[in-house]
Design a protein around this ligand. Structure first.
Ligand code: ASP
Ligand code: MG
Length: 422
């Protein structure tokens, strides 16, 4: 079997859903042409277009007591899905029942409400895709991942219980007379007591990798709006090249440096079972794309540029002169870990430690706590540029015209903390 994952940018409109059908049919034809029994396709889908962001706004409005704004945003989201259904010839209400009320409970924490509400993006998108494929005459089953992918209740970043999940999912897959195609939500799971959880933004790739692992897939394919893994973001760099073959290790590094190409947790479940990962263009399904596997070619022959946006650089200086690096490090990282900050770079000197972290809503509380132990300064509106496979010339070029707050270079990798241009 194979796993296909379609992201929000692919299923952003009716045409995107029709293209999913085209790609799914190609896969089924391939399986038949290879003389295999059609042994199935797992289709993992994210929320349509920018739905997740819109649902996040609903939660924020409700939390701020702005019920009217929340409702208006909610109605927009429903209308967006209804319009897509209609242009696909589906009947809202009869083919697909939409969630009537926003599942918000003021007695629950912000993060728990977030998961109950934001998870609906994937529920809606998968219902639309599943019903559409079914109406086109394909053999399809819709899976409700909150009942199948078991997690703990770390809201917004739930940890998957692989033992329970793999048993449940294998049993679901290995049934006799299971339909050929299963459509499942990426990004969401559920607790033992039936509450929905989310796995962290952009988590659908991770779901696809977990399903590939549990079901011993022959491959996992992430369909994207780019030709494959490129050496730079085509929205920033005019001249990009496709990297056709990578090792798992390279892919992990790319993902962790902030390349928007896949979720950082995607590789491990695949590497464990030696399952190749393909990244292919949604708009050109027969193109080769990129292949990531044990036998991938390395090192990558071209310099790779990875931007990680919305960074904050925090520098801690000891309050007295008794600065012991090791002690301070463990104190700092304890605070960083408790506040769920994502560290992208670390640098230390004799009396300071600087960390670059993603500027999330958890940052300000972490800084407050750090201030009780250290003299803290910080700068916002920064980006981190990582260049892999750099040379002195490449680095000079990259620095030109930029305001650099900090730079760090090792043998082949350079990292620049750059002030974002307004
Ligand atoms: N819909 C979720 C998000 O936008 C998950 C995903 O796209 O992978 O973060
Ligand atoms: Mg998405």
């Amino acid at each position: 079997m194979k796993v296909y994952k379609f992201g929000g940018a692919s299923v952003k409109d009716a045409e995107g859903v029709r293209n999913v059908e085209r790609i799914v049919r190609l896969a089924l034809n391939d399986q038949m042409a290879n003389g295999q029994m059609v042994n199935g396709l797992m289709v993992v889908v994210s929320a349509m277009g920018k739905t997740t962001n819109a649902l996040e706004r609903v939660v924020a409005f409700l939390d701020a007591g702005k019920e009217e704004e929340a409702l208006a945003q909610w109605v927009d989201i429903i209308d967006f899905h209804v319009a897509i259904m209609k242009s696909l010839g589906l009947q809202p209400g009869s083919d697909i029942r939409l969630q009537g009320e926003i599942p918000y409970d003021p007695k629950r924490s912000y993060d728990e409400n977030y998961d109950q509400i934001v998870s609906l993006g994937e529920i809606m998108s998968t219902q639309i895709v599943a019903v559409y494929l079914l109406k086109q005459g394909l053999s399809v089953e819709w899976w409700n991942m909150p009942k199948l992918l078991r997690t703990d209740d770390t809201w917004r970043e739930a940890k998957v219980d692989n033992t329970v999940s793999s048993a449940v999912i294998r049993a679901g897959w290995d049934r006799p007379r299971r339909p050929q195609i299963v459509v499942a939500q990426g990004f969401i799971g559920g607790t033992a007591d039936g509450r929905r959880t989310t796995l962290g933004r952009e988590g659908s790739d991770y779901t696809a990798a977990l399903l590939g692992n549990y079901l011993d897939a022959e491959s996992v394919t992430i369909w994207k709006d780019v030709p494959g893994i490129l050496n730079a973001d085509p929205r920033i760099e005019p001249n990009t090249v496709l990297i056709p073959s990578l090792r798992y290790m390279d892919a992990v590094e790319l993902a962790n440096s902030g390349a928007q190409v896949m979720h950082p947790k995607t590789i491990r479940p695949l590497e464990n079972k030696h399952i190749p990962l393909f990244v292919k263009p949604f708009g050109d399904p027969t193109a080769e794309g990129s292949r990531i596997a044990d036998d991938g070619v390395g090192p990558i022959g071209v310099p790779v540029y990875i931007w990680r946006k919305n960074q904050i650089l925090i520098t801690m200086r000891a309050k007295d002169f008794a600065f012991v690096l090791e002690e301070s490090l463990s104190e700092i990282f304890d605070i960083i870990h408790r506040h769920r900050l994502k560290v992208s770079l670390i640098q230390s000197s004799a009396v300071t430690i600087s960390v670059c972290v993603d500027n999330t809503r958890f940052v300000s509380e972490a800084i407050q706590e750090l201030c009780t132990h250290f003299n803290v300064t910080y700068n916002e509106n920064l980006s981190l540029l990582t260049i892999r496979g750099t040379t002195p010339e490449i680095l000079e070029q990259a620095k030109a015209g930029k305001t650099i707050m900090l730079s760090q270079t090792t043998r082949r990798t350079a990292r620049l903390v750059v002030v974002e241009q307004k």
